[in-house]
Structures are given as structure tokens and as C-alpha cells.
Design a protein around this ligand. Structure first.
Ligand SMILES: Nc1ncnc2c1ncn2[C@@H]1O[C@H](COP(=O)(O)OP(=O)(O)O)[C@@H](O)[C@H]1O
Ligand SMILES: Cc1ncc(COP(=O)(O)OP(=O)(O)O)c(N)n1
Length: 478
């Protein structure tokens, strides 16, 4: 069962810090997130423009409404805005036994002050189980100078832990250097430390909120503060590592809270597509038509039926390639698709005719379905070339295997000898590159339609190769 985690914090409308970051973090760590809002802020990735604290009595009302109904497994406290809200939260906490992580959000990384220190905070600091101040907040809470190295940070964190009889997370995020260590420190000193590489990104908005809400959630799951800090830091590290993928705002953008849950963005989308149609490709390899064509046992009628349908298909395919050439944004792509169309009209169709005794007068439903699918993608260049690609790629893939099975005296020797060529391999590689380029420029919705167009063409390829053995094909008229 998911633990119920309550975040008591301010709102960041840009979604990177405050309750927005907490709820994403709690969910991504396997908790059920709830939130009591203490303040509205007007902020973005450049900083905080304004703060509107919520009336303290209303904060108290939110707290009792939630806790009267829902069992709370852990609490994370963030921005409290003013001493009245601090007092309201402290009074409510006296009624609750759940573990508390307090992120004393006083000074954002942008330098903006989010809470002034005063004595009302003491009750809250003592009640908390763990404090997670950044270096500036740690110094402010002790009334000391801000430290600038790790040893001093651990020592200062120990003094804070002793002052309030709590655990303190020493956070190395603001220290210089290429490492980013964090540690759990108690009144007696260092308990556990967790080192990590400093990730090179400006997108670290909300790291403090994220670490503290992940810590509360992980503690509710693991029941051990050191283990929970290790897990929270690992989670945050992955979220920072993937932060640049989000591209939110022009300042210090948010971390990518769902990085670990999302499939990695493939740097080679075509390789991914090819893997994703793996089952379809295996299905094609296992077709009677392919097995018999390779072995040379395929009946002539079936071969000619396939050839006739292929000739009809290729006439329309050449038109579709011409259309791709018309839609192509660059001259190189225009030339490539036009050359493909020309190759079919002047080369491949001649070959088909030389092998065929009779041309099938009518395209089959299978052939029609395939060409209609291609035509239905013709409104968008990226989608159209994604639909075009399987014919190149699957044909080349099967062709290489069929031509390897060829030998003198093979029943279809002359036909199979045309199946593999360096020129066609090069053209296929170029077609893959064209689709990759279009994919890189496409928005997410177009990418999804491209994949759909590609996958459906691959399905049509399978039906196309299967059709000469399909029930209902009458060879007396073929
Ligand atoms: N560039 C970075 N690479 C890796 N971890 C980072 C980086 N910046 C911050 N962190 C981590 O983010 C957490 C928050 O740290 P810090 O920036 O010190 O606090 P705050 O966000 O409260 O100002 C810490 O666990 C710290 O180690
Ligand atoms: C509403 C709100 N709460 C907290 C913060 C500060 O967040 P923090 O996680 O410390 O992140 P940075 O200061 O590192 O951005 C905030 N900005 N807004």
C-alpha cells in the first residue's frame, strides 16, 4: 500500500518547486501525495516576484480537515511564509505522531527570502525529525557565517542537530567543486554520507523541495533515515540528470521528476522502431511464401500472383514517392524520393513484367489496403515518409537473406539475384536517415503519428507477403 505523505508548503505556479514539486516527487517515489497550501507565490524559473501568504487560520483548517479523515504516514514541511503560519503548523503537529521532514525554506537559490527567522520557528524545529537546510539557511538558523567547504558544513550541521535534538541533512549543493555530497548528521556528528558527481546543468530549481519530499516518502517506505536519504538522493540525481530534457522556462528550469518512470528518449529512434516491429518481422520470416521462395519450392502460380500484386503496388508506390518528393522541405530529399520513383518505373516494374506471364488485372484487397494506407498519410511529409520506410527496409532485410539462399539451378535464381544490391542498401540507409531527420524536427504528436504510420505499413508488409497463400486466392484467374 502507498504511504500517505502530506506536504505543507507554498505553491510555485511554474511547477518546479513548492507543492507542485512535492506532489510529483511523492508520486514518483511511490507515495500518495496530499498538500496543505501555506502561500501562493508568483514565480518562474528566474525567481520569486511576489508572495501571498494564506490566512493562518485557514492553513490550520486545511490541516485538521485532512488529518481528521486521512491517516498520515509522513509530513514534509516547506515554505511557511510567516510566523502566524509557523505557529499554526506547530500547534497542529502537537496532535500528530507522524515523522516530519522540515525543509526550512527561508532563502531560495535565487536569493529570494521565503521566511524570516524568528523564535516561533524553534517549536517547529524541535518537533521535526529531520531538517534539510541549504548552506545559507543552515547559517541563518544558527546565526553563524555561511560555510564554504564540506568539513565545515558537516560540523555546522552537527551544531544545528545538537541545538534542536534532531537529524540534519548537510547538503553540498551550494559548495564549490565537482562533487555534490550530502550527509545525515546527528547531534553526535556524521551518521552517513552520500557522495555524487555534480551534474552540469543550470536546471536545479526545486532541488531542495524534491530532496525533502523524497526523503519523507522514502522514510515512510523504508523506516530508516540513512537508507531513506540514500534513496532520495539517488532519485534526485536521476531527476537532475534528465532535467535538460524538459526545457521549461529560460532561467533555472525544474528537475525532471518522472525521469526514472519514463522510457529513455532514444537517441536512435529508428533502431527503436525496428526493434518494436521485431515480432512482425519474425512473422514475415515464418510465412510459407518466404520459406518456399527461399527453398525454391514455391509454386509458379503463387509466385506470379505475388509478382502481379507487387507490380500493381509498385505503380502506386511510385506515385507516393513522387508525392514525398513534392512535400520534401530540402532539395536533397526531393531528389532522393524522386529518384526512388524513377527507379521503380524504369527498373523494377520492367523486371516484374519480364518475369510475369500474365499481369493480374485487379489489385487484391490486401494490396488496396496497403496503398490506401500510404495515401492516407500523404497530408504530412514526416508521416508519409515514415509510412514509406518499411517497404524499403523490410524488403532490403528479407532480400539479403533470400539472395544468400540463392544458388545456380535455384527455381527463382534470376529473380533472387536482383534481391540484394549495394545501391538498394545505400538507398535504404538514406531513407532511414531522411525519416530520422524528420523525426528529430517533429513535435511529440507528429512523432507518434509517424510511428503509427510506420508500424501500420509494417503490418501491411506482412499481409502483402502472406496473400499468395491466403485462403480465397483463386489461381485459375490469377
Ligand atoms: N548540480 C547538481 N548535481 C547533483 N546534485 C545536485 C546539484 N545541485 C544540487 N544538488 C543536490 O540537490 C539537493 C539540494 O541541494 P541544495 O542545492 O544544496 O539545496 P537547496 O535546493 O535547498 O538550495 C542536494 O541533495 C544536492 O546534493
Ligand atoms: C513555493 C516555493 N517553495 C520553495 C521554494 C524553494 O525551493 P528549493 O527546493 O529550495 O529550490 P530552489 O530554491 O533551489 O529553487 C520555492 N522557490 N518556492
Amino acid at each position: 500500500m502507498s504511504p500517505n505523505i502530506l506536504s505543507i508548503a507554498g505553491s510555485d505556479p511554474s511547477g518546479g518547486a513548492g507543492i507542485q514539486a512535492d506532489l510529483k516527487t511523492i508520486g514518483a517515489n511511490g507515495g500518495y501525495g496530499m498538500c496543505v497550501i501555506t502561500a501562493l507565490t508568483a514565480q518562474n524559473t528566474h525567481g520569486v516576484d511576489a508572495v501571498l501568504p494564506i490566512d493562518a487560520q485557514f492553513v490550520a483548517k486545511q490541516l485538521t480537515s485532512v488529518s481528521q479523515d486521512v491517516h498520515i504516514d509522513a509530513v514534509k514541511i516547506g515554505m511557511l511564509a510567516n510566523s502566524q503560519i509557523v505557529a499554526a503548523v506547530a500547534a497542529w503537529l502537537e496532535t500528530l505522531s507522524a515523522p516530519v521532514v522540515l525543509d526550512p525554506v527561508m532563502i531560495a537559490t535565487s536569493g529570494d527570502r521565503l521566511l524570516e527567522t524568528d523564535s516561533t520557528l524553534d517549536a517547529l524545529l524541535t518537533r521535526a525529525d529531520v531538517l534539510t537546510p541549504n548552506t545559507a539557511e543552515l547559517a541563518a538558523l544558527l546565526g553563524e557565517e555561511q560555510v564554504s567547504n564540506w568539513e565545515e558544513l558537516v560540523a555546522q550541521s552537527g551544531r544545528l542537530a545538537a541545538k534542536y535534538s534532531v537529524l540534519v541533512v548537510a547538503k553540498g549543493g551550494h559548495l564549490p567543486g565537482d562533487r555534490c555530497p550530502d550527509a545525515l548528521v546527528g547531534p553526535e556528528g556524521l551518521i552517513a554520507s552520500f557522495d555524487s558527481q555534480r551534474l552540469s546543468t543550470k536546471n536545479t530549481h526545486g532541488t531542495g523541495c524534491t530532496l525533502s519530499s523524497a526523503l519523507a516518502t522514502q522514510y515512510a517506505l523504508l523506516g530508516d533515515w540513512a537508507a531513506a536519504l540514500g534513496a532520495a538522493k539517488n532519485y534526485l540525481h536521476a531527476a537532475i540528470a534528465a532535467a535538460d530534457e524538459l526545457k521549461v522556462g529560460s532561467g533555472h528550469g525544474p528537475v525532471n521528476h518522472f525521469a526514472a518512470l519514463l522510457p529513455p528518449v532514444s537517441s536512435d529512434p529508428m533502431a527503436q522502431w525496428w526493434r518494436d516491429i521485431g515480432q512482425l518481422r519474425e512473422g514475415i520470416d515464418e510465412l510459407q511464401f518466404i520459406i518456399e521462395l527461399s527453398a525454391g519450392t514455391l509454386e509458379r502460380e503463387r509466385f506470379e500472383y505475388y509478382l502481379a500484386q507487387d507490380a500493381l503496388y509498385l505503380q502506386r508506390y511510385a506515385q507516393v514517392l513522387t508525392q514525398a518528393s513534392t512535400l520534401a522541405p530540402q532539395i536533397e530529399a526531393q531528389r532522393f524520393w524522386a529518384k526512388g520513383a524513377q527507379g521503380i518505373l524504369e527498373g523494377e516494374l520492367q523486371l516484374h513484367r519480364s518475369e510475369l506471364r500474365n499481369l493480374s488485372p485487379e489489385p487484391s484487397d490486401t494490396t488496396l489496403n496497403y496503398v490506401n494506407h500510404l495515401s492516407s498519410c500523404a497530408g504530412n511529409y514526416a508521416e508519409l515518409i515514415a509510412a514509406i520506410l518499411p517497404c524499403y527496409w523490410i524488403y532490403q532485410d528479407i532480400g539479403n537473406r533470400l539472395s544468400a539462399a540463392n544458388h545456380p539451378g535455384h527455381r527463382y535464381e534470376s529473380w533472387l539475384s536482383t534481391y540484394s544490391s549495394v545501391e538498394f542498401d545505400e538507398a535504404t540507409a538514406q531513407a532511414i536517415n531522411m525519416v530520422t531527420e524528420a523525426w528529430q524536427l517533429a513535435d511529440p504528436a507528429t512523432r507518434s503519428r509517424m510511428w503509427d504510420a510506420f508500424r501500420r505499413s509494417a503490418e501491411h508488409e506482412l499481409s502483402f507477403f502472406a496473400q499468395s497463400h491466403a485462403q480465397g486466392v483463386d489461381f485459375s484467374t490469377a
